[in-house]
Design a protein around this ligand. Structure first.
Ligand SMILES: NC(=O)c1ccc[n+]([C@@H]2O[C@H](COP(=O)([O-])OP(=O)(O)OC[C@H]3O[C@@H](n4cnc5c(N)ncnc54)[C@H](OP(=O)(O)O)[C@@H]3O)[C@@H](O)[C@H]2O)c1
Length: 502
């Protein structure tokens, strides 16, 4: 993520190899993002896109399938496909059928990459993208190393690793150890697609490009922080995946912790990737390991949403009838450092909630109210700064104003900034910046090994305890609600309440 002024420049020439070329991620996010980069003239000048997958395809059928899929996506609301940017991307594509577990695949790939480099002058640069199930991450690094594909005399070799990066602290550590046997840390791009969102990246701009926030961004002025990632969807067709994952694993050590880090990190000395990542890692290391009393969970039952009946989690396909897997989690985090001591960070995320929303809400301490002693305090609304990540991306400030009229009556009002009102936005799937950064070698928005491990370490005590102790009362929240009552209790005992999800 370049923080330097001026228009971005095309990245250096390179090849990109997608493992899992026929998969959902490739079709829905990676290739559409490459197409959008092509539209903005931000593909490398010389570019080769190689798809590897065990499905029976050719260069031609892979290309035309992706084209048709892109057209379908565009048909559902986006802009129409433009011929010239598609031609630039399409002409770069070649498909290599092969199994990830077969060493011959990597020998073929090596020869293919050598040919492309000789023909197109790609400078020896290759980005390997693992758009595969996570069980392949370690073996793919081993196989690429064995085929001597992770080194080049003349260019760079980088690897993009999708989520999940491990399932707990032990497996994340084991994966880091395994991949770092063959790769240097600066070759590894652990991707978290939350960081592809403009509004998440804007948190850094908001905090560090505006002098007015720094003096109030601390325990003296901030009472607490609420981070909400609420979805209206259930688990869709991902029952098998969700049964071995749950909301805590799926969302917290990665997406929600990224939001915590953006919100809580100290100002870095520069926007150099390592300076930023070191500050984020410090936040994770300062998070108190979670006590069981500071974590609650929920599971949605059957009910109705927008007037339509919906199944409970236990009735979803590939889910056990007596499953104890959580579809909602709420946590109270403490960050043990000078800036945040005593300021709770409340996190919640869940499926089948009242509204799809992602926000960071910062509640400021109250003003001394002696001037308004004749006004019931309950009538004075709080000062909130709300960073709305999705949908309706924007920033809202809530403060008290005098209601017009002869009486001194106060009203809590809002000042709103909406991205869509101010900026002309081009359609994006959220992977554009992240891919551009991989091509240019900017790892600011990617997770370092120590960050990943520190995040898992913080949630590990709860993961362990929940495994031992199923909840008897599941399901415990209705579809379309704000989650289970125990989540309200978590804040109530501190004399606080969640912002409404609506
Ligand atoms: N999909 C998303 O929206 C999304 C979002 C964020 C992150 N991710 C992450 O992205 C990664 C990929 O997800 P996905 O949903 O795209 O998975 P996917 O649809 O299963 O794609 C994987 C592709 O790899 C192929 N494949 C499987 N085993 C193979 C083998 N041994 N050799 C060669 N090819 C093989 C699959 O073919 P067959 O299916 O024909 O076996 C499929 O085409 C995962 O780590 C996921 O967590 C996905």
């Amino acid at each position: 993520m370049s923080m330097s002024p001026g228009s971005p420049k095309p990245p250096p020439s390179c090849a990109m190899v997608i493992f899992g070329a026929n998969g959902d991620l490739t079709k829905r996010l990676v290739v559409p993002a490459l197409y959008n980069l092509s539209k903005s003239d931000l593909l490398p000048p010389q570019f080769a896109l190689v798809g590897v997958d065990h499905n029976n395809k050719t260069d031609q059928t892979w290309r035309s399938d992706l084209h048709d899929f892109l057209e379908q996506l565009s048909g559902s609301g986006g802009a129409k496909i433009e011929q010239a940017p598609w031609d630039k991307l399409g002409s770069a594509m070649s498909y290599l059928p092969g199994d990830f577990t077969d060493p011959a695949t990597f020998q073929k790939l090596r020869r293919h990459l050598d040919e492309l480099d000789a023909k197109q002058q790609l400078g020896g640069n290759v980005l390997f993208y693992f758009a595969t199930a996570d069980r392949f991450f370690g073996p793919l690094v081993d196989a690429l190393a064995q085929a001597d594909l992770l080194k080049s005399d003349k260019g760079w070799r980088r690897v993009v690793i999708e989520k999940p990066f491990g399932h707990d602290l032990e497996s994340a550590k084991a994966l880091n150890t395994r991949i770092l046997k063959s790769l240097r840390e600066d070759q590894v791009y652990r991707i978290d697609h939350f960081l592809g969102k403009e509004t998440v990246q804007n948190i850094m701009a908001l905090r560090f490009a505006n002098g007015m926030f720094e003096p109030i961004w601390n325990r003296d002025r901030i009472d607490h922080v609420q981070i909400t990632v609420a979805e209206t969807l259930g688990i869709e067709s991902r029952g098998k995946f969700y049964e071995s994952t749950g909301a805590l694993r799926d969302m917290v050590p990665n997406h929600l912790f990224q939001l915590v880090a953006m919100m809580a990190m100290e100002p870095p000395t520069s926007f150099d990737p390592d300076a930023v990542r070191a500050k984020k890692a410090e936040v994770f290391k300062a998070v108190h390991p979670l006590a069981l009393t500071n974590a609650v969970r929920g599971q949605y039952g059957a009910g109705t949403m927008e007037g339509k009946p919906v199944r409970g989690y236990r009735e979803e396909d590939n889910v056990a009838k007596d499953s104890f897997v959580e579809t909602f989690v709420a946590l109270r985090l403490s960050i043990d450092n000078w800036r945040w001591a005593g300021v709770p960070f409340y996190l919640r995320t869940g499926k089948r909630l009242a509204k799809r929303t992602t926000e960071i809400a910062i509640r400021f301490r109250e003003a001394p109210y002696m001037l308004f002693r004749d006004t019931p305090v309950d009538e004075l609304g709080a000062n909130w700064l709300i960073l709305q990540i999705q949908p309706d991306e924007g920033i809202r400030l809530r403060f008290n104003a005098k209601r017009p009229g002869p009486e001194l009556a106060l009203e809590n009002v809002a000042m709103d900034f909406r991205y869509s009102d101010w900026f002309k936005q081009s359609p994006a799937v959220g992977y554009e910046t992240l891919l551009y950064d991989c091509f240019t070698g900017d790892a600011t928005l990617f997770q370092r090994a120590d960050q990943v491990e520190a995040a898992w370490a913080a949630v590990e005590p709860v993961l362990d305890a929940w495994k031992q102790k199923p909840v008897e009362a599941f399901p415990n929240y209705a579809p379309g609600s704000a989650g289970p009552a125990c989540a309200d209790e978590l804040l109530k005992r501190d004399g606080r309440a969640w912002r409404a999800i609506r």
